[in-house]
Write a protein that binds this ligand. Structure first.
Ligand code: ZN
Length: 374
């Protein structure tokens, strides 16, 4: 067995785990999103806690030491606030604690359905605040609750340029001025098209004008970028989080990871929809997608992939050292001197406090419970 540094999983939506292997509807991202909204619609704090705890336990068994949870499922059905307005955030924080993960809870501001003033769908009512000021008040209160806890960072997120209007961006970006700030950006061409039509700028350009890109900001996905967008993100010297298994599964496209890295951005990795929880697969996906798009096999080397998967990822979430895990030799890794090209999550020795049989049974039970409510 070989000790390895623990992975940082920088972009997760824990509840999407319930969709794995169950819902293949939707020809595009937008059709898939309808199924995701249906799952969001049936979760309450108790079920959310169980689903997130089992999902995070799967992550811990896969060698992940910290998760960046991009959290927008704030309120009860119809958008009613819970008695504790942070009941859903506290559910995922408690879930991470029980699974033995550090968590960066990235509380996402979500104000609207799109540029054209489309009506919020019923699931989206659970995500939304009336305005950026009320979201900011909530996130500051949540951050104050967890200040000083070495296992919990509260960060801010802009859900997307669809969900937050231009006039609100600076307030959201500045709500927690020292904390990590994450934003979904240019995952889909349709987002770029709508943003260009409404504002005359790309999403990255629009966010740049609002002062969003700094060295504490992570651009999540960054798939469909112009050369100017790459320059903006590189000069900001922040982070770009790639989620290769999700981006492939959702037919998003292939982002310019090497161009971003060479321009000055640091690349991190996330499991996003949790259709796969395997940071080895994400790391190889990063390298292989780049090869497929470029015809060049040299874009990523093993050291660069490890850095993205571990130290750069941890720093983007506000964490330092994440500890480590043991990697077992298996039929996959035997003979390989560099396991990043060979191992899978199944080759990670689970932490002794987690029983993989319990994790498996709990995942099946809680996913069945979710689907029983649909
Ligand atoms: Zn996401």
């Amino acid at each position: 067995m070989t000790p390895r540094p623990a992975f940082a999983n920088c972009h997760s939506h824990a509840f999407h785990r319930a969709l794995r292997g169950r819902a293949h509807t939707g020809r595009t991202f937008w059709g898939w999103r309808d199924g995701m909204y249906a799952v969001a619609g049936v979760l309450d704090p108790d079920l959310y806690f169980r689903l997130a705890r089992a999902t995070y336990a799967e992550m811990a068994c896969a060698g992940i030491g910290a998760v960046g949870e991009f959290h927008y499922l704030h309120h009860g059905p119809g958008g009613r606030r819970y008695a504790d307005p942070h009941a859903m955030a506290e559910a995922v924080i408690a879930a991470a604690r029980e699974a033995g993960l550090r968590i960066c809870l990235l509380d996402a501001c979500y104000l609207r359905a799109g540029f054209a003033g489309e009506e919020l769908a019923s699931a989206q009512l659970r995500f939304a605040h009336a305005d950026a000021a009320s979201w900011a008040q909530d996130v500051r209160e949540l951050a104050a609750r967890h200040a000083g806890d070495p296992a919990v960072v509260v960060g801010a997120a802009i859900h997307s340029v669809r969900a937050v209007d231009e006039a609100s961006l600076a307030l959201v970006a500045g709500a927690l001025p020292e904390a990590p700030l994450h934003v979904h950006v240019s995952e889909q061409p349709a987002e770029n098209d709508a943003c260009l039509a409404a504002t005359g700028r790309t999403p990255v350009g629009l966010l740049a004008d609002a002062g969003v890109w700094t060295s504490r900001t992570t651009a999540v996905h960054a798939t469909h970028l112009t050369a100017a967008d790459v320059g903006i993100l590189g000069r900001a010297a922040g982070w770009a989080c790639f989620c290769p298994t999700t981006e492939a599964e959702l037919a998003d496209g292939i982002g310019p990871s090497v161009a971003l890295r060479d321009a000055g951005a640091r690349i991190t990795l996330g499991s996003d929809s949790n259709t796969v929880i395997d940071t080895f697969a994400e790391a190889r996906g990063l390298a292989m997608h780049e090869r497929l798009a470029s015809g060049d096999r040299q874009g990523w080397d093993a050291a660069g992939l490890w850095r993205a998967a571990t130290s750069d990822g941890a720093a983007s979430l506000g964490f330092g050292d994440l500890g480590g895990f043991d990697l077992a030799e298996s039929v996959r890794t035997a003979g390989a001197t560099e396991p990043i090209w060979a191992a899978t999550a199944a080759d990670v020795v689970p932490p002794p406090e987690l029983d993989p049989q319990w994790v498996r049974a709990e995942l099946r039970s809680v996913v069945d419970e979710v689907w029983g409510r649909l």
